[in-house]
Design a protein around this ligand. Structure first.
Ligand code: KG4
Ligand code: ZN
Length: 336
């Protein structure tokens, strides 16, 4: 079965076609980064309007690239949440309308389920159960994944998400939006000069907190002359502290559950230092580490088409109503 996947939850319009046996057939993405960068962050209304402009041409492009017609599509999957309401509604209404016109089922996909299943699109996908670390712009979650839809949240951020902390640090350092890749690039020139705290690691538990780290970064920056060298050393210290904190919590989750597979997903999982530190830890712990290819770490249509296809194959589908949920806890999903 060919499934069309649509992602419009934030600032990327992603469309892909996934086939239940052949895998990803075509995949297109339009990033709004350039448009939002003038404002230093995502402007929700501009995001929605741009999804309206981009979505249909991307759908047509994806069908053309796959050499398929609408009659070949067996289902339409779309991100129904969490995300920006206006942006979600563009994907939801388009997907629901297409599915109705094409007389195929539509399926609402949870954006974070898409992220955590993205490694399933790689050559050696993880088997269930596993621990998933989801680190994106809006979420930081440690999840015990028993099966698709069977998620136990072990820990989460009590304040800023990891990606948000990267984005705010970038702003402080005058790097602009989106911050993660920019902080990471600057950190390459940094030296281990400052020692930043590792929030919530010296007490038990699997929750995260990144807002203190943000304040520490600001105070450190203000104590320097703010030269390029100072900024690079601060970017290095911030990234190291974030990577170390994440690694400590992942190790703790693996030890507590006894699970031997760790999946990392979401935009921040593209970070090289975080990947390296997690890789070193998992070798020591004799745990297998899985992550998506770089373009599937950040938002994309492929992960939505995959997750939607699994749910459609299990017989689930949406009613004719337009379903979009800006807030949607991942542990409330239907188990497959
Ligand atoms: O998953 P994603 O594309 O969108 C959300 O669902 O939020 O994640 C976006 C987040 C942004 O905060 C961005 O700064 C961060 O991922 N990010 C990174 C890197 N690439 C993207 N953070 C650190 N290092 C990176 N290389
Ligand atoms: Zn995302």
């Amino acid at each position: 079965m060919y499934v069309l996947g649509i992602e419009t939850s934030c600032d990327e319009t992603g469309v892909a076609i996934y086939h239940s046996e052949k895998g990803i057939i075509s995949d297109l993405l339009y990033s709004q980064v350039k448009m939002h960068s003038d404002y230093g962050g995502v402007v929700p209304e501009l995001a929605s309007r741009d999804h309206v402009r981009r979505l249909v041409p991307l759908i047509k492009g994806c069908l053309k690239k796959a050499d398929l017609g609408s009659v070949d599509i067996g289902g339409v999957a779309y991100t129904a949440g969490p995300g920006l309401m206006g942006a979600l509604l563009v994907g939801a209404t388009t997907a629901r309308s297409l599915a109705w016109t094409w007389k195929v089922p539509a399926i609402a996909v949870h954006h974070l389920e898409g992220h955590l299943l993205a490694p399933m699109l790689e050559n050696n996908p993880p088997e269930f159960p596993f621990i998933a670390l989801l680190v994106s712009g809006g979420h930081t979650l440690l999840i015990h994944v028993k099966a698709i839809g069977d998620y136990i949240i072990l820990g989460e951020s009590l304040d800023d998400a990891a990606g948000e902390a990267f984005d705010k640090t970038a702003k402080m350092l005058g790097l602009g939006y989106p911050g993660g890749p920019k902080v990471s690039a600057l950190a390459e020139f940094g030296k281990p000069r400052f020692k930043f705290p590792l929030p919530m690691t010296n007490r038990p538990g699997l929750d995260f907190s990144f807002s203190g780290l943000k304040t520490f970064t600001m105070n450190t920056l203000n104590s320097t002359d703010k030269t390029e060298e100072d900024k690079a050393d601060i970017a290095y210290a911030f990234q190291s502290a974030t990577a170390d904190t994440i690694t400590i919590k992942c190790r703790r989750a693996l030890q507590q559950t006894g699970l031997k597979r760790l999946v990392i997903a979401g935009g921040v999982s593209a970070n090289k230092q975080i990947r390296t530190k997690l890789h070193e830890m998992t070798i020591k712990e004799k745990v297998k580490l899985y992550f998506p290819r770089l373009e599937y770490c950040t938002d994309n249509g492929a992960m939505i088409a995959y997750a939607g296809c699994q749910r459609l194959l299990a017989g689930q589908h949406q009613s004719l109503e337009i379903f979009a949920k800006p807030r949607w806890p991942i542990d409330q999903l239907i188990k497959l």
